[in-house]
Design a protein around this ligand. Sequence first.
Ligand code: NOJ
Length: 750
Amino acid sequence: MTQQPSMTSDADVRARVESLLTELTTPEKAGQLTQYFYLGFIRNEVADGAPSQPELVEAALTRGGVGSLLFLMDPAEINRLQRLTIEGNRLDIPALVGFDVIHGFRTIMPVPIAMAASWDPSIIEQGQAVAAREARSVGIHWAFAPMVDLARDPRWGRIIEGAGEDPYLASSVAAAQVRGFQGARLGSAERVVAGPKHFAGYGAALGGRDYDESNISDAELWNTYFPPFKAAIDAGAGTIMSAYMDLNGVPAAGNRWLLSDVLRDRLGFNGFVVSDAQAVHDLVTHHFAADLSDAAGRALHAGNDMEMTFADPAFDHLTAAVEDGRVSVETLDDAVRRVLAIKVRLGLFEEPYVDEDTAAEVLADPAHREVAKMAAQRSAVLLRNEGALLPLAVDQLNSIAVIGPLADSPRDTLGPWVFNYDLAETVTVLDGIKARVGDGVRVEFAPGVRPAQRRYPSMFDMWPDNSPVDPADFDDDDEVAKAVELAASSDVAVVVAGEWQNMIGEGASRCSLELPGRQLELIQAVVATGTPVVLLIMNGRPIDLRWPAEHVPAILDIWYPGTHGGHAVAALLFGDDSPGGKLPFSWPRTGGQVPIIYNHTRSHDPENQGRRYWDIESTPLFPFGYGLSYGRFRYHDLTLSSDSVSPDNTITVSATVTNSSGRAAEEVVQLYLHQRYGTSSRPVRELKGFERVAVEPGASVTVEFTVGPAERSYWSAATHDWVIDASVFDVWVGGDSTAGLQATFTVTPA
Ligand code: NOJ
């Protein structure tokens, strides 16, 4: 068990940091600001005689040139490298060990976009606390997460790592994740430092193409893209990662306005900034810096404190940059202070090593699997349920056909951005259904179609099971026929379709949102049998579901549900629990509609659909905040504490939701706000409050929200500042962004 560091007062931390700083030489300081990948698995893959990447890193360790390491996950290996670090460092300064702990370490939680779909900050916090405990047990101190980039273009593969399109929801999710990773404070036992990323605007990549430039107006930056970072900073995040791309023509990693004026001065961040991998080198790639030395000086000056690199750090040039005056000693020292302060706060000097037996116990903890199962249950979104096909009554079924290659693929069940998982313990949808129904029901599986393949390789292909195996001797027509036959001879067909996990994530943008491969054809053939069909969607972004949304009676979005995903899905299918998740993005009908967001502004001829697109409706297939339930909810009694307030005042809004069904269920009660006129034109509605509540059968729950200056203030391009207008406001409360229960209030002039 990691001990609470003994020395945690701010004054103690400062004193320890200052005393170390006075002892450090300039190259040693640059070393503290350098973070190396340690790619042990490519040890042997280099030409004869040349040092391998790990050998280069170990050489740097022995000369005190490393402040941090990343991409390690084995406790024995981490202990070994930590020992080399300390022995190689004159002042015994340990390395901070970082890793992409994105949605679990050994126990894999649903992917981040799924966790956001739970609209449940408490399960999000618990999920990241489990991830933190597992990671810390093996010697990892720092997670490169949460990714708090707003994403409004689902072609961008990294939409899966975030919380969707809305700044209010994303801010709440960001804060919950930081609390989960870090605990009550930096240095809490069994927790890690959180690293919100990528500051800022990465999610607005042009055309959804990963790493491409973002051009974002100031109003959008302040109102949409910065708020989740602000929430993460207010929750105490210890580090921030800068972003890869050009923001409005200046690389984010070289952008002093962004990393210093905004991040530190305006948003109040006082931890340290790490660059993204090779992003300091990229300042040359961007045609921004002249060479690596120029890049190093400008990256540090802009506000990156640490460089993340594979080998050949640009920050090796910092000594020269200080000597020739391009970087001041004060700037260098401030960066080193911030890095050392985190090491001291975490107690690394007192306890740099971990106990391998304890790590094994922590990783095997069954309680962690329970959290993963609960998270998967809470994040699933019921998109359609015609004729109340769901939940299935197990005692009325003799046979279930489980169809689609994703139904029994452990690796895909986990989703992207995981490395230390255990496929043997991963519960697929097929496993989960079999376990839930027992021997009395015949459950048979037919893949129907072969796994679809990416056109270009994935950057994660170096991991053995990243890309799906194309089965030998697989006759597509035959297999579709077998699946159809199975469906025809079963009481119900559960079809799992979506994207293979290597089709989404970093470097996995798509121009189309269609179901890859022959999956739609398979669904159509199964539906044609007349057997009732439940479609489970495995995804991290919206998929073109126009055909299924008209022809398949039940559709449940299960995302990539994680280690115990199959158990969670079975619990929902058979009604042990009701789906209660809600969409964190507007679900487009087709890729040509993106980006499509609910909180757009209003302009000329708003009611005339045909003036938006003449070939398709301009509404999404499913709206933001949408999700059905086995309960039946009715909203009523919207009450305002006052119908007129002054700009500084707050009103209380309450509404009641009644569950008229015979089943207990949970509902996410959502509050939307709209300002009718003011300094800027304002979105048609904006989420400004939500609460996930449990409602017993026949019972009612009243939910209260506050709408004060914070909910009404916004950054206006007319004044280049924050404003709170006197105006008339509409408020809606309901179960999604089309909520109809409405009231009005006035904010009078001050
Ligand atoms: C690049 C990604 O953009 C970033 O999110 C990740 O944390 C680093 N690589 C480290 O793997």
